[in-house]
Design a protein around this ligand. Sequence first.
Ligand SMILES: *[C@@H]1O[C@H](CO)[C@@H](O)[C@H](O)[C@H]1NC(C)=O
Ligand SMILES: *[C@@H]1O[C@H](CO)[C@@H](O)[C@H](O)[C@H]1NC(C)=O
Ligand SMILES: *[C@@H]1O[C@H](CO)[C@@H](O)[C@H](O)[C@H]1NC(C)=O
Ligand SMILES: *[C@@H]1O[C@H](CO)[C@@H](O)[C@H](O)[C@H]1NC(C)=O
Ligand SMILES: *[C@@H]1O[C@H](CO)[C@@H](O)[C@H](O)[C@H]1NC(C)=O
Ligand SMILES: *[C@@H]1O[C@H](CO)[C@@H](O)[C@H](O)[C@H]1NC(C)=O
Ligand SMILES: *[C@@H]1O[C@H](CO)[C@@H](O)[C@H](O)[C@H]1NC(C)=O
Ligand SMILES: *[C@@H]1O[C@H](CO)[C@@H](O)[C@H](O)[C@H]1NC(C)=O
Length: 631
Amino acid sequence: MDIKLFFSVILVCATLCFHTTAEPVEDKRALLDFIDNIYHSRKLNWDEKTSACNNWTGITCNHDNSRVIAVRLPALGFRGSIPENFLQISRLSALQILSLRSNGLGGVFPSDLLKLGDLMVLYLQNNNFQGPLPLDLSVWKNLSVLNLSNNGFNGSIPSSVSNLTHLTALNLANNSLSGDIPDIDIPSLQWLDLSNNNLSGFLPQSLLRFPSSSFSGNNVSSEKPLPPVPPPTAAPKKHSSKFSESAILAIVIGSCAVAFVSIALLLIATNWKKNEEGMSKTNVSSQKKEKSIKRTDSQHRDEKTRLVFFEGCSLAFDLEDLLRASAEVLGKGTFGTTYKAALEDATTVAVKRLREVIAGRKEFEQQMEVVGSIRHENVAPLRAYYYSKDEKLMVYDYYSQGSVSALLHAKRGENRIPLDWEMRLRIATGAARGIAHIHSHSGGKLVHGNLKASNIFLNSKQYGCVSDLGLATLMNPIAPRLTRTPGYRAPEVTDTRKPSQASDIYSFGVVILELLTGKSPVHASGREEVIHLVRWVQSVVREEWTGEVFDVELLRYPNIEEEMVAMLQIGMSCVARMPGQRPKIGDVVKMLEEIRSVSAGNSQSAGTRTPGSTPTLTPYVAEAGSSLGQN
Ligand SMILES: *[C@@H]1O[C@H](CO)[C@@H](O)[C@H](O)[C@H]1NC(C)=O
Ligand SMILES: *[C@@H]1O[C@H](CO)[C@@H](O)[C@H](O)[C@H]1NC(C)=O
Ligand SMILES: *[C@@H]1O[C@H](CO)[C@@H](O)[C@H](O)[C@H]1NC(C)=O
Ligand SMILES: *[C@@H]1O[C@H](CO)[C@@H](O)[C@H](O)[C@H]1NC(C)=O
Ligand SMILES: *[C@@H]1O[C@H](CO)[C@@H](O)[C@H](O)[C@H]1NC(C)=O
Ligand SMILES: *[C@@H]1O[C@H](CO)[C@@H](O)[C@H](O)[C@H]1NC(C)=O
Ligand SMILES: *[C@@H]1O[C@H](CO)[C@@H](O)[C@H](O)[C@H]1NC(C)=O
Ligand SMILES: *[C@@H]1O[C@H](CO)[C@@H](O)[C@H](O)[C@H]1NC(C)=O
């Protein structure tokens, strides 16, 4: 007993001592006090025992981790109007960025925030705050962005706004503010939106430089006519909204070479129309709500900005952030185009924009719930999704190394680092484990449906990790795009016959062959003939495998022939023509793991061998070492 206690004490001490290096203890306490006393429908990973600076959702610390400087908690489903909560926030006296936008926060303006003298950015838009704005805002001498739009603030705009000399953006749109507009003579101010309030009187001289849209939906007049065109400094987002959809398509297609576009450009065209009809202040609360998904009710104010997150996700952003992110086309796949989106807070995600979805909202959401609930180190986690009539998005982690397809088929030249054999084994083994997990999900009914090398990535341990699963049932089966990667499609899968677990095995077999041969599943031969990898491998007689089939890049690694042959046999069994003859994924995993363990467990050195004979195998470690030595 005593010994146990002793060890527990040591353990606790060790955890504390080693994990509390540079922790903003006070700030952390304040954050916990804040979150413990406010209803939020999305769970947060704010564990007292982990470091607030390293991986708490939405929290950023300064460089030496002594203070919390940014709290970004948009769309967390906060509820209520508890002033004490803002008292807790105000304890974060070094805070520079606070975003609580798109939540259900209500009550009067949280004046405790006026204690935050270092505040530079404050986002409280899309909440239910009411009543007047504070009279004296002068304490926020560093404030640069103030967004209080889409709330219920009334009364007049305090003239102390003009004391915020660092202000660059002020958005008070869609409130019930009334009275005159004060003289806001701030040279740094570039973005101003006071539209849709109850403001009246004359426009002060200092504000004539802003476009009339900044003041629309009010009853203000100006002696001089308002400038018809916005100045060049006006928000680019506004301009982009003017593009027609075809113009945007042209931009997207045109920029494929450069590949840098803004997702905003892509989405605005489709969302803009809805924006205009959608969310007038009066019908916001009566907008139709869905009962099916509990997390989503947090954003009943604006159904369109509703990204649905899955638990355990440490990302904090909303659709607005995504819209603002700069995006790079990563690839055009079977079900849509994937973009790399770099968010404001330096996180990068992969956003997949789905085409040809025929499933209705309910079916789509149900399938997303299934896919999003899968957590396995060999399955790329779905972090969030978005569904509207015009747009369906899925948010995944971004894998900086790229897909296995890219790693394998990137232009072969002097600068290329070839995928070594050990990597290829880990990719196959990892991917197989991921598929095994998927196949055991949903009572053993779940199907990946779109396995291919471009949907396999490397996880943090450099093992394969499969992505893009479970979409086939949502898509239009006769869409031409679905048949565009025939190299992976099992022969029995036709327009009318959907993928099955057995067809997943076939596709995985093709991936194995791809890893072994370094060839694409369908490739052109010298004689302008299309070659199907599977048929080609099957056509090569066994005796010729080593010389003909295997990737020349692999031949430089000594003593791996048996392993390659063993893997080829697994691949061949997976691509058996009859679905019933293919192995189950559990067996595939076992066989792949045996390749490695057999070789690891055998310390004899390798000699010359005939493929297919009982192999004498090389110790794995030694072999990895020798392959490293060659690079
Ligand atoms: C938080 O970070 C620690 C180490 O930095 C890590 O061990 C832990 O798994 C992380 N937790 C989450 C939820 O990401
Ligand atoms: C706020 O402004 C003061 C000067 O007005 C400056 O010294 C201080 O560093 C600023 N704080 C931040 C966080 O930028
Ligand atoms: C303020 O919030 C509104 C509504 O979410 C958004 O449209 C606008 O771009 C934001 N403005 C700034 C400057 O952040
Ligand atoms: C602001 O709204 C509150 C109720 O929400 C009301 O009591 C108050 O009179 C309003 N103030 C003004 C100036 O309209
Ligand atoms: C601006 O700040 C100065 C001093 O900080 C103060 O005297 C003045 O009243 C403020 N102006 C407004 C409009 O609040
Ligand atoms: C806005 O002003 C109009 C008339 O100018 C008035 O009828 C209406 O009640 C006002 N709305 C609010 C929310 O104050
Ligand atoms: C707009 O303001 C003018 C005076 O500035 C006033 O005569 C008029 O009634 C106002 N219109 C509305 C709809 O409030
Ligand atoms: C204000 O609401 C209108 C429609 O009700 C919307 O088009 C506009 O984008 C909103 N403004 C902001 C800044 O959110």
